[in-house]
Design a protein around this ligand. Structure first.
Ligand SMILES: [Zn+2]
Ligand SMILES: [Zn+2]
Length: 160
């Protein structure tokens, strides 16, 4: 009964137990998850929405998670502790977010700091486009050249 969230315990130990519960959950979540995914899994144990958000913030601050901003309400999170840097491929059709290994990113912060004196805090590289499933579904629309879209006055990458 490691995770019994006993109400008779003090608030501090309850917080620790809830944090542990969420930490143990991380390997079972999708690669990029949102707060609702976490909440859905821990609600039955009596963990509140506020606690989920507070714990996610805590884990981000500790460098265990990173927020993957998508220019839409709500963020997705992913575990970064012990992982290599990678770029994100965001499908503009279905919203699928996948990782793309990019070893160059590993060395980038040090290079930027050395050359420009700029200390990189977050490194998020996002490539927007259409995944193979969406391209198979609507090949005509999605293979439209960008120059045609510009004529319509819509810069299609800008969503937010
Ligand atoms: Zn897609
Ligand atoms: Zn990722």
């Amino acid at each position: 009964m490691r995770h019994s969230l006993n109400k008779s315990k003090g608030p501090a130990s309850r917080r620790t137990a809830e944090r542990e519960l969420i930490l143990d959950l991380l390997p079972h979540l999708p690669g990029h998850f949102n707060a609702e995914d976490v909440l859905g899994a821990v609600k039955a144990a009596g963990v509140s929405r506020a606690t989920v958000y507070r714990t996610l913030d805590f884990l981000v601050a500790r460098g265990i998670l990173q927020r993957v901003h998508l220019g839409e309400p709500g963020a997705r999170y992913e575990v970064i502790a012990g992982r290599d840097q990678h770029a994100h491929l965001l499908c503009l059709g279905c919203g699928e977010l996948s990782d793309y290994p990019l070893p160059l990113l590993q060395r980038l912060p040090a290079a930027v700091r050395r050359r420009q004196g700029f200390a990189v805090e977050h490194l998020l590289v996002r490539l927007c486009g259409y995944c193979h499933k969406c391209r198979a579904r609507r090949p005509a629309t999605f293979s439209q050249p960008i120059s045609t879209k510009r004529k319509e006055g819509a810069h299609h990458v800008k969503r937010s």
